[in-house]
Design a protein around this ligand. Structure first.
Ligand code: NDP
Length: 329
C-alpha cells in the first residue's frame, strides 16, 4: 500500500495530537514537521522524521503529499492556510466560527489558483458537531439544535489569550450553565443566548510587570471569543498554572429536537455527545481522517476549498467502501 505522506505545520498541543494519530493510521505516514521556532529546539516523538523550518516548506514539495496545519486560528491560520494551499493539499482546524466564511473564501481562492485542495475547519466543532447539526436540519425540517461545549479547556480560546501582550501562559475553560442544560429537557425551551448557555473562565500567568487590568480588559472585550459571555479572569503563577491545570480535557453535546407526524404530534430528539480526556489528541484523530479524505479528493481531480460538510463519509475511512457497506451500513 502506498502511504499518504503527511507534514505537520506547527508543533504544539494539536501538532503532538496529530503525531499520535498518525502512529495509528496504517495508510498515512509522517514525513516532516515544520516549525517557526529553531528546529533544533523542537523535539518530536516519531523516530527518523526530520523537523524543519517552516521557511523550508516550499523546498519540501517532494516529501509531503498533504500538510496538516496545527497552528492557531486567531492569527496563524488566516495567513498560513492560503499560503500553504497555493502549493499543496492542506487540512486545517480553523475554529473561529464567525470568520469561517471569509477564511474559506481566502483559502478557496488560493487553492484554485494553485490547483490544490484544502479541507478546512476540521475537528469536532467546527467539524463532527457541524455534521450533526446538518443531519438534524436535513431529516427534521424546522428542528432546533443547541450545542453545549465543556466543561473543558478550549484550545482556540487559550491560544487567543496566550497571544495577548503580557501573557506568559493561559488556559481558557468553557463551562455550560447548569440552568441552560436543565431548560433543554423541557418540551419547548426558548432559544438561549451565548451568555445564557456558557461561562468562560480564564486562568492566566502574566509576565513579570505586566498590566493585569489591561490583560483582563483585553480578554473580556475580545470579539468572537469572550465578549458575548460572562468571562472570569484569574491570575496565578506559571508554576501554579502548570500544576493545577495540566490536562486538556474537553467535550460537549449537540442536542437537536424536532417533530414528526401528520400534525407534528410526535417529538424526535437526536443527540451527539463527546467526552474527551484529551481534546488535541481527539482533534488530531479527526484531522488525520481528513488528510486521507483531502488526498483522495485531490487525486480524484477536485480543486478548491471544502469543509467536512462537503466530504462523503466513506472518504474519511481507511476501510474500503464494500467493507463499510457490509459491516457498518
Ligand atoms: P498551541 O499554543 O499549543 O500551539 C500553537 C502553535 O504555537 C504551535 O503550532 C507552535 O507553532 C507554537 N508553539 C507551540 N508550543 C510552543 C512553545 N513552547 N513556544 C513557542 N511556540 C510554541 O495551540 P494548540 O495546539 O492547543 O491549538 C492550536 C489550534 O487548534 C487552536 O487555535 C484551535 O484553533 C485549533 N483547534 C480546533 C479544534 C476543532 O474542533 N476544530 C479543537 C482543538 C483545537 P510552531 O511550531 O510553528 O512554533
Amino acid at each position: 500500500m502506498q502511504q499518504i505522506r503527511v507534514g505537520i505545520v506547527g508543533y504544539g498541543n494539536l501538532g503532538r495530537g496529530v503525531e499520535c494519530a498518525l502512529r495509528r493510521a496504517p495508510d498515512l505516514k509522517l514525513t516532516g514537521v515544520f516549525t517557526r521556532r529553531p528546529p533544533d529546539r523542537v523535539h518530536i516523538r516519531t523516530p527518523g522524521v526530520p523537523v524543519r523550518s517552516a521557511d523550508a516548506l516550499e523546498a519540501e514539495a517532494d516529501t509531503v503529499d498533504v500538510l496538516i496545519l496545527c497552528t492557531g486560528s486567531a492569527e496563524d491560520l488566516p495567513v498560513q492556510s492560503p499560503a500553504c494551499a497555493l502549493r499543496r493539499p492542506i487540512v486545517d482546524s480553523f475554529d473561529t466560527h464567525a470568520r469561517i466564511p471569509e477564511h474559506f473564501a481566502a483559502v478557496d481562492a488560493a487553492a484554485r489558483s494553485g490547483g490544490t485542495l484544502a479541507l478546512l475547519s476540521a475537528g469536532w466543532d467546527p467539524g463532527l458537531f457541524s455534521l450533526a447539526r446538518v443531519w438534524a436540519g436535513a431529516v427534521l425540517p424546522g428542528s432546533r439544535c443547541e450545542t453545549f461545549w465543556g466543561p473543558g479547556v478550549s484550545q482556540g480560546h487559550s491560544d487567543a489569550v496566550r497571544r495577548l501582550p503580557g501573557v506568559a501562559d493561559a488556559r481558557a475553560y468553557t463551562i455550560p450553565v447548569p440552568a441552560a442544560l436543565e431548560a433543554l429537557e423541557g418540551e419547548d425551551a426558548p432559544p438561549l443566548s451565548p451568555r445564557e448557555k456558557h461561562t468562560r473562565v480564564c486562568y492566566v500567568a502574566a509576565e513579570e510587570g505586566a498590566d493585569r487590568e489591561a490583560i483582563r480588559a483585553a480578554i473580556t472585550g475580545m470579539p468572537h471569543y469572550f465578549r458575548d459571555y460572562d468571562t472570569q479572569v484569574h491570575f496565578l503563577s506559571r508554576q501554579d498554572l502548570e500544576r493545577e491545570h495540566p490536562g486538556l480535557p474537553h467535550g460537549g453535546r449537540v442536542l437537536c429536537r424536532g417533530r414528526t407526524g401528520w400534525e407534528a404530534e410526535h417529538t424526535a430528539r437526536m443527540e451527539v455527545r463527546l467526552a474527551l480526556d484529551s481534546n488535541p489528541e481527539f482533534t488530531g484523530c479527526v484531522l488525520v481522517a481528513c488528510a486521507r479524505a483531502a488526498w483522495r479528493l485531490y487525486t480524484a481531480g477536485e480543486r478548491g476549498a471544502r469543509t467536512l460538510l462537503d466530504v462523503p463519509p466513506a472518504l474519511l475511512s481507511p476501510l474500503p467502501p464494500e467493507e463499510l457497506r457490509r459491516t457498518l451500513l
